[in-house]
Design a binder for this molecule. Structure first.
Ligand code: FUB
Length: 570
């Protein structure tokens, strides 16, 4: 941790060399920044958000060509103006280098606006040079996305446009029609027979075209591929043991894997030829924390890896994504399901928020897309995407004035405050007219909390305090705004309940029986003005070994630091 903090400081101090902003001069990529990664997301400190990883294995190194997410905190919508590269000699080593602003489309492509630098793919061409296929906004009248190609002698640039125009445009696919799917997410594959295929796809349709040997012009008809179950976007193709494998963003709202239509997960399909028809195999990775996943797979260093993105970095979001990598394994032609890993499991993060550990219920919930789980998932977000919020929309004739959100704990908790964020939209949703909180007393009756004020301003976070109480249940009662005919619905993206924090923490002695510690599931802590109360403990996985060592636990929601246990051999 200490090393990581020092490295963060170093990274914060680094200056980035700007790219020369002229199409005449060859753009110079910005200076690289080495950093140490303790796990997923690879770069997690929020200093630079990376998305849409496209792995390339070359000369013993793994390169991930990525986009950069640049919106402000909580801003909705993609803001992507440049591409970067992450590189490592060994993904397990933690040693990575960020090559920021490695390709700026506005500076490499005369025909591009420089905006919307969506998911690209860089590979080594048949001539040994590197070809980076990127979908970017074109300057043509309609500002449609088009796929360009940039070439370099190195996977790290500098990059040049070899053809001075897009390789695939909207018009190539849809002609003069306004109806179609964005031309994005290119992926290029060179088959064993030397034929080159350019894939792309979005909004449910995957396409492919053969490229010429130069890899910079189309050499056939654009075809729509068949057989892909619930394809959304981001096709990625490899060939292994004579079988073509595709991974892609799979999405079907209402399904077990993607309950709302704003989530994707990784689907796997196989085919006997590079353009399909494809046969769906299975979901290999369920949804991540981000709405898109953007999968890709590659062999590197004798192992297979899957790369994707999440919103798990500091201050991350659906439009502030960060790239992750995990090992994957095959069983014949099957890709075994991948469990995404995280550097630091969030359940061990210290927090005073007891809502995360409560059972949540509500008097009414729109079923999908808005969810109860979003209320206490520990993520405050003002990007109004349905999986991230709870709402009580009953239509524009709603006569129900109020609803409640309730948290229950399986043992008493000592609480003294709450945090909440409401939202507003131009149509049906308004901040509440008013709201209040009640706790359950030891006789099972609801009592108003004392001393709280109840802010209602939308799209900002509110922290509020009340007089401490010990309880097993708390509820917020939320009253909708009335207009002439109905009560407006309310949207809440997070409702936290704050525990009283005990600062004086004991070190506990724990006996080892037959080499295993008997770690207690709870501990009694002294709460100011309330005496001793039992608190649940969540123990971190212990390092292997039989000697005397120390273990750590999080006292759920009630302690400002970890509880330490000294383990004693009996
Ligand atoms: O990053 C912009 C878009 O989001 C990509 O092109 C898609 O694959 C999705 O990840």
């Amino acid at each position: 941790m200490k090393t990581q903090r020092i490295l963060r400081l170093l990274m914060a101090c680094c200056t980035v060399t700007p790219v020369v902003a002229s199409l005449d001069a060859e753009p110079v990529p910005a200076a690289p920044r080495p950093f140490f990664s303790t796990g997923n997301p690879i770069l997690s400190d929020g200093s630079y958000y990376t998305a849409d990883p496209a792995p390339l294995s070359h000369d013993g190194k793994l390169y991930l060509h990525v986009g950069r997410d640049e919106p402000e905190l909580y801003q909705g919508g993609f803001v992507m103006n440049e591409y970067a590269v992450l590189s490592t000699e060994n993904p397990s080593s933690g040693n990575w280098t960020l090559h920021p602003r490695n390709l700026a489309p506005g500076e490499v492509f005369s025909w591009a606006t420089g905006k919307k630098a969506f998911a690209g793919h860089c590979l080594r061409g048949k001539d040994g040079r590197f070809y980076w296929y990127v979908p970017v906004e074109a300057k043509d009248g309609a500002l449609r996305m088009a796929i360009g190609v940039a070439v370099s002698d190195s996977p790290l640039g500098p990059w040049k446009d070899p053809i001075g125009k897009p390789l695939v445009t909207w018009n190539d696919v849809f002609g003069e029609s306004d109806r179609g799917q964005e031309v994005i997410d290119p992926h290029t594959f060179i088959d064993e027979d030397g034929k080159v295929y350019l894939y792309w796809g979005s909004w449910g349709v995957a396409r492919v075209v053969e490229l010429s040997a130069t890899m910079t012009e189309k050499a056939g008809e654009i075809r729509t591929m068949q057989g892909l179950d619930s394809f959304f976007e981001a096709p990625w193709v490899v060939k292994r043991h004579g079988v073509y494998h595709m991974v892609y963003d799979w999405k079907r709202g209402g399904s077990q894997w993607t309950p709302s239509n704003y989530q994707a997960c990784i689907g796997h399909a196989t085919a006997a030829s590079p353009a399909g028809p494809w046969t769906f195999r299975e979901i290999i990775l369920s949804g991540t924390s981000a709405t898109t996943v953007h999968p890709s797979i590659i062999e590197q260093g004798g192992k297979w890896w899957v790369t994707y993105h999440t919103r798990d970095a500091k201050d991350g979001g659906h439009f502030r994504r960060s790239v992750a990598i995990d090992e994957m394994k095959w069983d014949g032609d099957r890709i075994l399901p991948v469990t995404p890993t995280r550097a630091r499991p969030p359940e061990f993060n210290l927090t005073n928020n007891l809502a995360r550990d409560a059972k949540a219920s509500v008097s009414f919930a729109e079923q999908p897309p808005t969810t109860i789980a979003a209320l206490h998932d520990g993520r405050v977000t003002s990007v109004r995407l349905p999986p991230d919020q709870w709402g009580n929309y009953r239509g524009n004739t709603n006569t129900v004035e109020s609803d409640w959100i309730r948290y229950d704990w399986d043992m008493p908790v000592r609480i003294e405050g709450a945090g909440i964020m409401f939202h507003q939209d131009p149509n049906w949703t308004r901040p509440p007219a008013r709201w209040t909180m009640e706790y359950m007393d030891d006789k099972g009756a609801w009592q108003a909390v004392r001393g709280a004020t109840y802010p209602t301003e939308p799209d900002r976070w509110h922290d509020l305090k009340f007089e401490p109480v010990t309880t097993r249940a708390l509820r917020a009662i939320i009253h909708g705004q009335k207009n002439d005919s109905h009560f407006h619905s309310v949207l809440v993206s997070e409702f936290e309940v704050h525990g009283v924090q005990v600062k004086e923490l004991p070190v506990i002695e724990v006996p080892m029986k037959n080499g295993s510690p008997e770690l207690p599931p709870r501990i009694d802590l002294e709460f100011p003005g309330a005496g001793m109360l039992p608190v649940k403990l969540l123990w971190r996985k212990l390092p292997a070994g039989n000697g005397e060592f120390v273990a750590e636990a999080r006292a759920i929601g009630q302690a400002a630091a970890y509880i330490r246990a000294r383990l004693r051999n009996e």
